[in-house]
Ligand binder design. Structure first.
Ligand SMILES: *[C@@H]1O[C@H](CO)[C@@H](O)[C@H](O)[C@H]1NC(C)=O
Ligand SMILES: *[C@@H]1O[C@H](CO)[C@@H](O)[C@H](O)[C@H]1NC(C)=O
Length: 322
């Protein structure tokens, strides 16, 4: 029993020593993502641990495309392979440069390192590469007006040109992510010229309110990305329409006008009606609020029209021409 254990122990020691002097791959540098049409460097670093190198070999999906055998008179060999276009002048014993990447370039890349005889010990490591097709232009925003008034509906689309995988789109308002209920989509459209790629569309739609304007400007931004290779954005600044077109009338003046008109209406009503019939919207029910709202809107429109037509001859002409 005891003798057997000692024997096992010695055997393990010998095996361990054998492993200690064996070749190993210290680092395989193969990017997990690359861009179609681009190039990529594959690097295989190894430690021979005192052994002599017999060969390094590269395989894609099990098919050899590169062989380096230093003892041969022609040490480098390249084998044609779909999607594997080796740039020979930039390749060496442990670096291979692939150029003109195509969708076929995607796959499992393996580096294999072998020591000299008599053992020809061989080790390998492998990594997957996926090939992305990036958009050929920046995202496009469509449907945007130059300016918006409070209460207008802003409805715009952001469209990314075809990509594989699809582009991730995100809308921001004044540099903050737009609320979920402001956005619709994304929709995907298969590209006509590239059936393996898709366009992405995302809509932003909301009713413009005064709090959307920061110092009179509303900023909308569409960000597009394909992690980890691609990121872009387009920014649009929207001007508060009332600040532009109806510049002479400030909001305070407008409110004063509305108050005045409402007072006039009340005094007129008092003349024509019995005191007891006068409905005073004390209780804040919907009907009362609704009528006040309607009144203020019609008053606003009246005031605006009067002011525009009489105070601003240019705009007056413009309005009557419409
Ligand atoms: C490479 O990808 C294939 C298919 O997705 C998967 O089965 C395999 O485990 C991956 N290999 C490595 C080393 O990541
Ligand atoms: C936005 O895109 C959707 C889906 O393609 C389309 O139905 C809609 O008309 C587009 N709107 C604008 C403003 O472009």
């Amino acid at each position: 029993m005891c003798g057997k254990s000692v024997y096992m122990f010695l055997l393990l020691l010998v095996l361990k020593q054998d492993f200690a002097i064996s070749i190993r791959i210290t680092e395989l540098t193969v990017p997990s993502h690359a861009v179609e049409g681009g190039s990529v460097l594959l690097q295989c670093h190894y430690d021979l641990e005192g052994e002599m190198l017999y060969s390094t070999n590269w395989y894609k999906d099990g098919r050899e495309f590169f062989r380096y055998v230093p003892s041969n008179t022609v040490p480098f060999h390249y084998f044609p392979n779909d999607g594997v276009d080796v740039d020979e002048k930039d390749s060496s014993s442990n670096v291979v440069k692939l150029v003109n990447l195509t969708p076929e370039s995607a796959g499992l890349y393996r580096c294999e390192v072998s020591g000299e005889g008599p053992y020809f010990m061989t080790v390998f490591d492998e990594k997957n590469v996926s090939i992305h097709l990036l958009p050929y232009r920046r995202p496009q925003v469509t449907g945007l007006e130059d300016n918006y008034k409070i209460g207008d509906i802003l409805a715009v689309n952001c469209t990314s040109s075809r990509s594989r995988p699809q582009t991730y789109l995100k809308w921001l308002i004044n540099n903050e992510a737009a609320p979920k209920w402001y956005t619709t989509g994304p929709w995907y459209r298969i590209s006509r010229e590239r059936p393996d790629a898709k366009e992405t569309i995302m809509q932003l739609r909301f009713i413009v309110q005064s709090e959307h304007f920061k110092e009179g400007v509303l900023q909308v931004k569409c960000q597009s990305s394909i992690a980890p290779l691609y990121q872009d954005e387009v920014v649009h600044h929207i001007v508060h329409a009332e600040d532009n077109i109806i510049d002479p009338i400030s909001e305070d003046i407008l409110n004063e006008e509305i108050k005045r008109l409402m007072q006039n209406r009340e005094t007129n009503a008092n003349y024509g009606m019995d005191e007891t019939d006068l409905p005073v919207p004390e209780s804040q029910n919907d009907q009362g609020q609704g009528s006040v709202f309607k009144l203020s809107i019609s008053s606003m429109v009246m005031v605006l029209l009067i002011q525009i037509i009489f105070l601003n001859p240019y705009l007056g002409n413009y309005i009557t021409n419409i």
